[in-house]
Design a protein around this ligand. Structure first.
Ligand SMILES: [Mg+2]
Ligand SMILES: [Zn+2]
Length: 195
């Protein structure tokens, strides 16, 4: 498991912070299946402005991503980093900086403890970033994302911008998650809730 810190401004001693935990593919960028080409990184509509709004409301942004393409031998960690740098570039046009990107590079057969919905990445992150479960949210486009949110004890949102635009509503609600069209809709909801 690896953690990639774009910025070294995390202060573990600071008060617990509100975090918007985000899946990457199908939430922030178009899901291209095993994306390894920086040229193919494409922000989904409204994402830049939504993240600006979330940051203004006090959220730190953390990406939690399963990247089994590495474990399966489809691409390297270096490819993943290049994709991330391209994403950073696109977000920088909005003045948005992602605090931490945490990814699981394992294949399902590796039986690691960091592949979503398991909490290994978040557990490790918690050692360096003090975050508040009550004020934090998880957003994803797969059941494993909202299941992770449930395992973390945070409110989760399932967005319809990935490959699954008709999720099993019973399952989603059983996991305590809600459904929203896209990230903009989620941010609108949680920001209004924060008042
Ligand atoms: Mg996804
Ligand atoms: Zn893993």
């Amino acid at each position: 498991m690896s953690l990639y810190f774009p910025k070294q401004n995390n202060d573990p001693a600071s008060a617990a912070t509100a975090v918007l935990f985000l899946d990457r593919d199908g939430v922030i960028i178009k899901d291209c299946n095993y994306l390894s080409d920086p040229e193919s990184v494409e922000l989904l509509p409204g994402v830049g402005d939504a993240l600006v709004r979330a940051v203004k409301a006090g959220f730190k942004l953390v990406i939690i991503s399963n990247q089994s393409g590495i474990g399966r031998g489809y691409f390297s960690e270096d490819d993943l980093l290049k994709v991330q740098l391209r994403l950073d570039e696109l977000l920088a046009e909005f003045g948005v900086v992602v605090e931490v990107v945490a990814y699981c590079p394992h294949a399902p057969a590796d039986n690691c403890n960091c592949r979503k919905p398991m909490t290994g990445l978040v557990d490790e992150l918690s050692e360096v970033l003090s975050w508040s479960p009550k004020q934090s949210f998880m957003v994803g486009d797969k059941v494993s994302d909202v299941e992770l949110g449930s395992n973390m004890g945070v409110e989760s949102w399932f967005v319809l911008t990935g490959h699954n635009s008709e999720p099993d509503k019973n399952l989603i609600s059983k996991l305590g998650a809600q459904i929203a069209i896209d990230l903009s809709a989620v941010v609108a909801e949680i920001v209004s809730k924060e008042g």
